[in-house]
Design a protein around this ligand. Structure first.
Ligand SMILES: NC(=O)c1ccc[n+]([C@@H]2O[C@H](COP(=O)([O-])OP(=O)(O)OC[C@H]3O[C@@H](n4cnc5c(N)ncnc54)[C@H](OP(=O)(O)O)[C@@H]3O)[C@@H](O)[C@H]2O)c1
Length: 252
């Protein structure tokens, strides 16, 4: 299955489950959209099968913690999209070790956990974007949406007086916000839009073991994020946004 020349082409990482799977579902309802769902492991991406059968979704493999897989993934994406990508959504992400807990004690975390958090949430999106720039260059749209978090916002931690932990994860998402700004500054004069987007606190596999239950369903979060991204323009480039396109970093 491949994209038609008139389709809007969206690539989304971390599409096997959670927010990425739901975004793939909602986007592929539009007959004029073609979604490339990027997954870590094709053999465990069975939840995507009914969507592929619908004819507007293709699945491509890439491990976001292994940048050496990105060139092949970019080639595979190019093969199903005719060489063009309109919107890249870097959604794959996650937390490790004490960074997956509300512990406020920095000394509970480890160097390996910090490296993993940075590799997945910052290095992955930066270099996956780099691998896809030749395909984005062929588009008139040229949008990159990096899924960050309210935890990546220093203001959120100040406002809650350190009431949240998730330290290594928060710092990695903060670095993603910074990297997104750097891409914006580099490419804003060439028609690109780079933003980060906080999906809120959403009930997914990521959050289901947390003490504080997530108030948002994945359907509601994606619907509110997607309607903002559907109307995104270059004017918003360089910003960090929350649900509905709010600039309010504390929204969750
Ligand atoms: N849920 C929330 O409340 C919340 C809040 C703020 C921000 N976010 C962010 O939203 C994004 C999606 O989160 P989610 O809640 O949907 O999480 P999730 O349910 O745990 O899903 C994570 C997705 O990322 C993929 N992934 C993880 N490591 C990967 C790797 N090395 N290579 C390729 N794919 C990988 C997973 O693939 P596998 O199936 O192969 O593991 C899965 O598809 C993340 O960036 C997260 O930080 C979530």
């Amino acid at each position: 299955m491949s994209a038609k020349a008139t389709d809007k082409v969206i690539v989304i990482t971390g599409a096997s489950r959670g927010i990425g799977l739901e975004w793939t579902k909602q986007a592929s309802l539009d007959p004029n959209t073609f979604v490339v769902a990027v997954v870590r492991n094709l053999s465990t991406a069975n939840l995507l099968e009914p969507l592929v059968a619908g004819g507007h979704v293709a699945v491509v493999e890439a491990d976001m913690m292994r940048p050496e897989t990105f060139a092949q993934a970019s080639e595979n994406i190019s093969a199903v999209t005719g060489g063009r990508v309109d919107v890249l959504i870097n959604n794959a992400g996650g937390w490790f070790g004490a960074g997956a807990t509300s512990s406020k004690d920095m000394s509970k975390s480890t160097p390996d956990e910090w490296s993993d958090a940075y590799k997945l949430n910052t290095v992955g999106p930066v270099f996956f974007t780099k691998a896809l720039l030749p395909l984005l260059e062929k588009s008139a749209v040229k949008q990159v949406v990096n899924i960050s978090s309210f935890l990546g916002n220093t203001g959120f931690h100040e406002a809650t007086d350190g009431g949240f932990g998730y330290i290594s994860y928060s710092v990695a998402k903060g670095a993603l916000n910074f990297a997104t700004l750097k891409y914006h500054l580099q490419l804003k004069d060439q028609g690109y839009t780079f933003i980060t987007l906080n999906p809120g606190y959403v009930a997914t596999d990521l959050t289901h073991t947390q003490e504080q239950k997530a108030p948002l369903t994945v359907e509601a979060s994606v619907s509110r994020c997607k309607s903002f991204v559907d109307r995104l323009t270059v004017v918003e480039s360089g910003g960090n946004y929350s649900l509905d396109g709010s600039k309010e970093p504390l929204v969750y």
